[in-house]
Design a protein around this ligand. Structure first.
Ligand SMILES: Nc1ncnc2c1ncn2[C@@H]1O[C@H](COP(=O)(O)OP(=O)(O)OP(=O)(O)O)[C@@H](O)[C@H]1O
Length: 360
């Protein structure tokens, strides 16, 4: 099912939860709604599910007015963070529930229900646990039951609200990969709410970054990370060093220092925000030109080292990231003096126009 949202607004007693949402959801895609707490993700999902209604705006599903289609007819499968499984029913009965309560003329036969539920339990790798009750399952298993139950009614669209939010990191990682495979195998259209950027980037075809009831960017995971459309997206996705700066004749000034300059670019003069990712700093010997900095801490972080630096010229702590070989080659340690030069820098000038500079 494809969905087209235009100008969706939603207020709760004077508080604007959604502030003009325009969004096209394509058939077969996996879309992540990503944003901080309170940005409107759940409200948007509830509106799509038909559990809530917008104050204004239009919604079309395959060209039909979605608001005129009842919740049942919308064909949505819903999975929430807190698995609302029926405690007194077995896994099998939980999954069969949505089919058994259908009106007689729409209800599949008993044999068909058994066949469909058995197939689904195999798909979610729970066939062996069909006779167990929810209390006898792990959190991850319960969420797979919740998913099988949502899928039993063959939804046209699957809506998931932080379905793995309550699970520990390892189980969460496994389940999200598994969910991605399931999405492809079953040719679903899925919308997944999360405030975990890693989850959104790993899972989805496109990420919708939300902030204060608005969409900041809709793009592929690569592009929201490499080419953030706004300062908010830059800081929300991935690690970032942020500078308030001034642009004068192609030079980016921070305090009395020059972060980089590129006279060939047509940067507009004036105030701007500059961002540098930790892995985009070059750390150089103190005799080289660049920002003078002192290493205040070095942390081992898996396959890289995170380096905290203090800039002498202005009160700011920065973060750089280096592979171990580079750290050892430069013989860097706590207290070392270095010069810093950005290899890549993103500037948001007045009117939010974005410029990506890659000084040589
Ligand atoms: N029924 C309601 N009554 C009043 N305010 C509400 C209601 N539902 C949501 N809100 C408010 O609307 C805003 C958006 O809420 P929403 O649940 O959509 O955010 P979210 O991005 O899903 O956040 P979280 O990640 O914390 O779940 C919040 O400030 C919330 O307090």
């Amino acid at each position: 099912m494809s969905i087209e949202l235009r100008g969706i607004h939603k207020n709760f007693r004077g508080f604007t939860a959604l502030d003009g949402i325009d969004l096209d959801i394509r058939e077969g895609e996996f879309l992540a709604l990503l944003g901080p707490s309170g940005s409107g993700k759940t409200t948007l999902l509830r509106i799509l599910a038909g559990l809530d209604f917008p104050d204004s705006g239009s919604m079309l599903a395959d060209g039909r007015d979605l608001s005129a289609i009842s919740v049942r007819e919308r064909g949505v499968g819903l999975v929430f963070q807190h698995y609302a499984l029926f405690r007194h029913m077995t896994v099998f009965e939980n999954v069969a529930f949505g089919l058994r309560v259908r009106a007689r003329r729409e209800r599949p036969s008993k044999i068909e229900i058994t066949k469909r539920v058995t197939e689904l339990l195999e798909r979610v790798q729970l066939a062996d646990l069909a006779k167990r009750f929810p209390a006898q399952l792990s959190g991850g298993q319960r969420q797979r039951v919740a998913l099988a139950r949502a899928l039993a009614v063959e939804p046209k669209i699957l809506l998931l609200d932080e379905p793995f939010g309550a699970l520990d990191a390892q189980v969460r990682k496994e389940l999200r990969r598994w969910l991605r495979h399931l999405h492809e195998e079953m040719k679903l259209t899925s919308i997944f709410v999360t405030h975990d950027q890693e989850e959104a980037l790993e899972l989805s075809d496109r990420v919708v970054v939300m902030n204060r009831g608005r969409i900041e960017q809709i793009d592929t995971p690569e592009r929201v990370y490499d080419e953030p459309a706004t300062p908010f997206v830059y800081e929300f996705i991935g690690r970032a060093n942020r500078f308030e700066c001034r642009i004068e004749h192609g030079a980016v000034h921070v305090g009395n220092e020059i972060l980089c300059s590129d006279s060939s670019s047509n940067l507009p003069d004036g105030a701007a925000l500059a961002f540098v990712r930790p892995q985009h700093w070059r750390l150089l010997a103190p005799i080289e030109p660049g920002l003078a900095a002192t290493i205040s801490h070095i942390y081992a972080a898996g396959s890289v080292f995170r380096i905290e630096l203090k800039i002498a010229a202005f009160a700011q702590t920065l973060e750089a990231e280096l592979p171990p070989a580079e750290l050892h080659r430069l013989a860097l340690q706590q207290g070392s003096s270095v010069k810093l030069r950005p290899q890549e820098l993103t500037l948001f000038a007045a009117n939010d126009q974005r410029h990506i500079l890659r000084p040589t």
